[in-house]
Design a binder for this molecule. Structure first.
Ligand SMILES: C[S@@+](CC[C@H](N)C(=O)[O-])C[C@H]1O[C@@H](n2cnc3c(N)ncnc32)[C@H](O)[C@@H]1O
Length: 531
């Protein structure tokens, strides 16, 4: 049984490579030039313009639906195969200690090493020189400590970078000399070293947001992820809990349940109840968004806005344009992007559909910094009024909009909630309309469900009955399930299963009429209409 499963997993990998090669070969024939699958060793800088047409096409083909589906099967099968055969101690400890790797990636980003190595070129740079440049780049940073107090040495650097090279981020070209490879180049902000020196606070402006997301994931997220147990199964503590700041007032509006305490019969034991692991980790009663607005979190707030641009990577390219029939909306239609942040997704719609007026709504501090988070590339949208922002607390009744040329808008044509519902409990979500988020699938499927599965991954299960893979494609989709727990960590909220999303919409007077997603993916755009 096990050998046949191992062989079946191996066959899945082989067949998927065949599928990918076929797409590249057919395109090569059509092009009259050979397209290779992009190499792990070769950096690919998204912000740079010096790629050959072949390199660009080879990169683009990774998003081809057949290639993307085959890729998911390879990732799922490789993970299942290695979990089956790996010595349990190694597998277990690697999983338990992987935060160390995450922390090293965050270091790579925070120290601007990707940008330094891009400018150094393919021969790489010795750690001594990397360190010199890392320290030099801190000169204009408002929050950096003086160079002579920095504990980092070339030896530290070589150990951190070697861990990354061993896990396929970076390449050690010769001892202590490192260069970028494809995964590390993916984190490139595109800024020159001199731009980073001149204005470090503008690193994420006008970028694809990937570097910003690495910053968020490796900083605040990594910290609150570690306090799941302390939140879920708190221990009694004697006396006053010195780790908890009872002075912090709950935010106005009462959207956040504040932490409270229980006393035992003698009144001596204090058990603080925190809303979510985030509150334990950062010792606060404020919800994440209010916490971001504290003066000491100024840089984190700005970075979070840019990181939302990075979350576009959860989707296939410009999926939001295919997630809804925008072209069917009449001229002058209004899209309101509720909790839209700096407008990371709205800007894509506004740019592609001039017939739609787009209004992004968010908290005051987010709206205040939104316009300047963008460089000149979308200035025409803002100047023409095709896209604008307004301050709106989505727990209040929706006030009519006044739009130049359109007058008063009592109800927009579409409310977009992207990456918003997953921040809130069902109770909170019931106060508002919803569209769009992850749609989690179970990690098992009924035998009957497989009757309709044809391997196209168009419906769940994503694989046929005879496949050795999990019906939700296992680790190939695990980012969605990790994000689900992150929502629990931040807000005691969640990504929803299809059944949970259906129940929520029904209970709030909305009916799901359509779910659009890339086959085999759990990210989905869900359209609901009033019942
Ligand atoms: C996870 S982000 C998603 C941003 C955006 N929809 C996207 O997909 O890029 C959630 C957003 O909700 C906003 N938000 C949180 N509470 C809010 C409230 N009460 N009223 C309006 N916006 C709020 C946050 O400031 C943040 O920009």
């Amino acid at each position: 049984m096990t050998f046949s499963t191992l062989r079946a997993l191996h066959a899945v990998i082989g067949a998927a490579i065949d599928d990918i090669e076929l797409v590249y070969r057919e395109r090569s024939d059509a092009q009259g030039s050979t397209l290779e699958y992009p190499s792990l060793d070769e950096p690919y800088y998204h912000h740079a313009a010096q790629h050959t047409p072949e390199e660009e096409l080879a990169e683009e083909l990774k998003a081809d639906p057949a290639v993307a589906a085959a890729t998911k099967r390879i990732v799922a099968a490789c993970s299942q195969l290695s979990t089956t055969v790996n010595k349990p101690w190694f597998g277990l400890m690697e999983d338990m200690l992987w935060a160390q790797f995450s922390s090293a990636i965050r270091f790579l980003e925070a120290a601007n090493i990707v940008e330094i190595l891009r400018e150094a070129g393919p021969n790489g740079l010795h750690v001594q020189e990397i360190l010199r440049l890392v320290l030099e780049l801190r000169t204009n940073s408002k929050t950096a400590t003086p160079t002579d107090t920095v504990p980092l040495t070339p030896a530290h650097l070589s150990h951190i970078l070697r861990l990354l090279a061993t896990g396929h981020y970076l390449r050690e070209v010769k001892p202590d000399v490192f260069t970028n490879n494809r995964p590390s180049s993916y984190i490139d902000s595109g800024k020159t070293v001199s731009q980073l020196r001149e204005a470090p606070e503008k690193k994420y402006n006008d970028t694809n947001g990937i570097a910003a997301y690495v910053g968020v994931a490796g900083d605040e997220s990594l910290k609150f992820m570690t306090t799941l147990v302390e939140w879920a199964l708190p221990e009694k503590r004697r006396g006053t809990d010195t780790n908890f700041d009872y002075r912090a007032p709950p935010p106005a509006g009462g959207h956040d349940r504040s932490a409270s305490t229980d006393s035992d019969s003698e009144g001596a034991v204090v058990t603080p109840r925190y809303v979510a692991p985030f509150h334990v980790a950062f010792n606060t009663q404020l919800n994440l968004f209010a916490w971001y607005e504290l003066p000491e979190n100024e840089g984190r707030l700005a970075r979070f806005g840019h990181a939302m641009v990075g979350t576009r990577q959860c989707e296939s390219k410009d999926e939001i344009l295919r997630g809804f029939s925008w072209e069917d909306l009449p001229r002058g239609s209004v899209l309101v992007d509720v909790g839209g942040g700096i407008g990371a997704q709205a800007v894509v719609v506004a740019n592609a559909h001039p017939h739609i007026r787009v209004v992004v709504e968010d908290r005051a501090q987010v709206v205040a910094g939104a316009r300047e988070a963008w460089g000149p590339q979308y200035a025409h949208l803002f100047e023409s009024g095709r896209m604008s922002w307004r301050v709106y607390d989505f727990f209040e009744a929706w006030p009519p909009l006044l739009l130049p040329g359109l007058g008063t808008v009592d109800a927009p044509d579409v409310f977009l909630l992207r990456g918003v519902l997953h921040d809130w409990t069902d109770e909170n979500c019931k106060r508002q309309l919803l569209i769009g988020d992850m749609l989690l699938q179970h990690a098992c499927a009924d035998a009957a469900a497989y009757d309709t599965a044809d391997g196209s991954a168009a419906t769940f299960p994503f694989v046929t009955r005879d496949s050795p893979l999990l019906p939700n494609l296992g680790v190939a989709n695990i980012l969605g399930y990790i994000t689900d727990l992150m929502m629990m960590d931040m807000f005691d909220a969640k990504e929803r299963t299809v059944a949970e999303m259906t129940a929520l919409t029904q209970s709030t007077g909305w009916k799901i009429i359509e779910v659009r997603r890339t086959p085999g993916a759990i990210w989905g755009y869900t359209t609901a209409v009033p019942v």
